[in-house]
Write a protein that binds this ligand. Structure first.
Ligand code: NI
Length: 169
């Protein structure tokens, strides 16, 4: 895949598609993930899902350690949430909705499984920001954005905000 990746913003139809499973973990996928990571680090995002760059497949990357100056890229391919518990809240943002932040309720603790870039299945327990970021990215794969999780009033306010602030092409 030679083309340049670009982050799509709110309103792009692919952000509303339910992504389909990755069937082959190969060199092309690795190359795409490297490009996604370059892009994510460039704009200092915590995570980036494939459909945000126009690929409706079930994988995403995240790195919640970069802010402490020690980047640790995590790759989740065909992720599954095995169990979830507790409640937490965090002011979330999204690279597809640049400039907008709002508090969203999430599970505080997750057990997940996924495949890594070598095609190995792994299980992991996630808590805190780690769990929050995972749920945000997992939502992307379901065609869900964090603003969908706001109250009806806040959704209306967001719509107004977006009309003013949507990036022009
Ligand atoms: Ni996002």
């Amino acid at each position: 895949m030679e083309r340049e990746l670009k982050i799509l913003t709110f309103g792009a139809p692919v952000l509303r598609e339910k992504a389909t499973p990755v069937e082959d973990i190969n060199g092309a996928l690795k190359e795409t993930i490297e490009k996604m990571a370059d892009l994510m680090y460039k704009v200092k995002g915590l995570g980036l899902a494939a459909n945000q760059v126009g690929i409706p497949k079930r994988f995403f990357i995240m790195d919640i350690s970069q802010r402490e100056g020690r980047p640790l890229l995590e790759v989740y391919i065909n992720p599954v949430i095995l169990s979830a518990e507790g409640v937490t809240e965090y002011e979330e943002g999204c690279l597809s909705i640049p400039g907008y932040y709002a508090k969203v309720e999430r599970f505080a603790r997750l057990f997940v499984k996924a495949y890594d870039l070598e095609g190995r299945e792994f299980e992991r327990e996630l808590t805190g920001l780690h769990a929050i970021a995972f749920q945000h990215e997992f939502d992307h794969l379901e065609g869900v954005l964090f603003v969908d999780r706001l109250s009806p009033l806040k959704k209306t306010l967001f719509q107004k905000w977006w009309k003013k602030h949507a990036p022009t092409k």
